[in-house]
Design a binder for this molecule. Structure first.
Ligand code: NAP
Length: 276
């Protein structure tokens, strides 16, 4: 969605403009969100210098960021969230909404630490940079139109229960890394077949992008069956993929990774509840 100049835009404050925070900022700026309404704060000077190049308002302290913002987005690593939340608790955040993009740290812990019930979690991905993130927002029983609008500028939004948002940490937010690896295999295979690198890169990017769009409208089996004609090349390719157990192995890897994450999350939540 593009930001309409005449639209009432919230003042956003982003704490942490590292990999994810900066991709959010880039997406917002590309959508036409006024740079004068985006305020950022980061411990790291190099991250702030990079944000300053986009013309954003760089804050010298958390106090300044909070005073200028209605919606505050915390985008620091999970281990740094507690420190930031405690700082926010010391500053007046009443009447402001706080959104955390951090994995692991629960809504309950954030509410306890910050001392305000206006706390939300968001799980976007780095495709925010090109306004194509899938962002899960929680909790769904306190949907907030202002927060939803911000994340709609950087892609598609879905309100989900917190357990679903946690699961999406692996199955959605970490996915860009896996998809990039898969795409790389296609690029290598294209090179092996003699396709020039630039052509291979563009064709693979467009195939993934195109099928991504088709999959929003059609069932996956229908896409496969449309391409795989009887006795044709595609069905032979699919047979090879099955013979090599590619899909089964990928599924097992994803399930194992999720189970490991889920165990870590339970341990984290247990520690959180002991602190309360
Ligand atoms: N990266 C992703 O694809 C992705 C996707 C979904 C969700 N997330 C979540 O988003 C959060 C940020 O991830 P990231 O990958 O963007 O991490 P990152 O690249 O390390 O960025 C975090 C930034 O916050 C800064 N920071 C740390 N403590 C701070 C403080 N007290 N005040 C101000 N700035 C502070 C860090 O500075 P220093 O480096 O100097 O400490 C760093 O520049 C994480 O909690 C992660 O779970 C990430």
């Amino acid at each position: 969605m593009n930001c309409d100049e005449n639209m009432n835009t919230a003042n956003i404050g982003i704490i942490g403009v590292g990999k994810l925070g900066f991709s959010l900022v880039q997406g917002l700026v590309k959508s036409g969100y006024p740079v004068s309404s985006i305020h950022v704060f980061d411990k790291s000077k190099s991250m702030l210098d990079r944000a300053a190049e986009l013309g954003l308002k760089i804050c010298g302290s958390l106090e300044e960021l909070v005073s200028l913002s209605n919606i505050i987005i915390i985008s620091v690593r999970p281990n740094d969230v507690e420190g930031v939340a405690r700082e926010l608790a010391k500053i007046r955040v009443e009447g402001k909404k706080v959104v955390s993009t951090a994995a692991f740290v629960s809504l309950r812990a954030l509410e306890e630490l910050i001392g305000t019930p206006s706390v939300y979690r968001a799980m976007p991905n780095i495709a925010a940079e090109v306004n194509s993130s899938f962002t899960a927002l929680s909790p769904p029983n306190r949907k907030d139109i202002g927060i939803e609008k911000i994340f709609t500028y950087i892609g598609v939004v879905e309100w989900v229960d917190e357990q679903v948002l946690d699961a999406l940490t692996i199955t959605s937010s970490s996915t860009p890394a896996v998809v990039a690896e898969l795409m790389d295999a296609f690029v290598l295979a294209s090179l092996r077949a003699g396709v020039p690198l630039d052509v291979a890169m563009r064709s693979v990017a467009m195939v993934f992008q195109g099928i991504g769009k088709l999959a929003e409208q059609k069932e996956l089996w229908s896409i496969r069956n449309t391409v795989a004609t009887p006795g044709g090349t595609t069905v032979r390719l699919l047979q090879k993929i099955y013979e090599h157990g590619v899909k089964e192995r990928l599924l097992s890897a994803l399930v194992e990774a999720y189970e490991e994450f889920s165990k870590k999350l339970s341990e984290y939540r247990e520690k959180e509840s002991k602190k309360e």
